[in-house]
Design a protein around this ligand. Sequence first.
Ligand code: SF4
Length: 501
Amino acid sequence: MKLYFEISNFPWSPERYHYAAEQMMLTLFPGERPEYPAGPLPGDMGGEKNAAVFTLHRGKKLTNLSVLVFRSQGYYNGVSRFPSQELDRPPEEVYHTVQHALKIAFYKAGTALLGAQPPWGALTGVRPVKLPTRSLLAGNTPRQAQKELEKEYFVSPARAKLAVDCAQASVAAQKSLLPQEVSLYIGIPFCPTRCVYCSFVSADVGRTLKLVEPYLDSLLREVEETGRVLRETGLTVRSFYMGGGTPTTLSANQMDRLLSKCEECLPLEGCTEYTVEAGRPDTITIDKLETLARHKIGRISINPQTLEEHVLEAIGRKHSSDNIRAAYELTRRVGFDCVNMDLIAGLPQDSFDGFRRSLERVLAMAPENITVHTLALKKGSSLMEQGGCLPTGEKTAEMLDFSRETLTTEGYIPYYLYRQKYMSGSLENVGWAKPGTESLYNIIMMEELHTVVSLGAGGVTKLIGGGGKILRLTNPKYPQDYLSGLDKVLGQKQEIRSFYL
Ligand code: SF4
């Protein structure tokens, strides 16, 4: 889609608004990619079938931001107005006012042409819970926060309620955190096989077996260095999360070495939550589970994604739904009392009935947490490259509606949610929990409540300071680069200390 900016009267250069325009374009017209034609706006747009023209006009009292959208079904002009005096405020505030107006005007024009409203209305970005959280912290009631989302951003009542429920969990989590606390993430980028929708850095362990031992040795050194820096800086770990990949591709002995090193070096005295992802049942054994339990791991994640055999096969899993049930039962026998299970709506070859059956079978196992994801087509995944038979966005929306109603009826509450680019139906991922079993780490990480220090390949440490200051430190993405770049990774840990001191 061609995006034209009538630039002369825009505060800030038009490039600064490209991202906002693209986000809204993807929300309204998901298949489109942006183009920014050079030169002036053509005099005659009559034959244009795929373009949007953004214009700002400052009047004496009101400023109009209009977006004229041209599509094959016709064209429509959307307008958003705000008091002109807002353009005299500090530049960063002006930027946000104009950005918001631009999205709303684009949304109005796009939805008028489409004759339909997306579930999240004009709300873009991965963290829809931030707005209602801010609203609650400003003293508004949940009802007022919900109305704001519905009126100002055209979010559907069901989605607005989801976001506000999660905002309440976020506010409660925020109140429980101490200033010196951070959370810690450790990445184990290995999996038994690669799922077709995966774009993570996970490597198929069959092909990279020889990397696992050196990777672990390097990780132990990173744990040591991180522990030293955190202690010197006076920081303590509040929640601990090991993900991947699939951490349980490590043997019981390797896991024991890693967790022993964490206990020895990291300031875990005030840590109230330990999670390890044991995503794939074909990696779960009793000796690994006993090792985890011995090291205080209290929350474990087993991720079936689906319990339909043909869908498991279509996504590249080499196990059956019976293996999932057996792994779950083993987990209970070892004594874990907080288990999360992930499902994905919109998987290749799945259907509404298939998803319903999977959810009902997961519910019959009664895990404390259930996370319902929506399939997102990601670059680098074989699904994106080779395609697959996917349910439509509408069918996926039906699956999510069903999960929302069923999980609520079964006594689960939504406690964190996020969205991703290229999600089926432009929907969401939602973490559900039996009250009192919400994962603090998930809320902290998604709502950026405090610093998360990440270790291992692909780890992104996000340092969060006062006044919204954020600094990211990235580790090399792939295991091989992580091994060769370890000295740099260790040296970079000093930046944690500089950031805080
Ligand atoms: S289990 Fe997760 S990380 Fe591993 S291949 Fe599948 S999607 Fe990727």
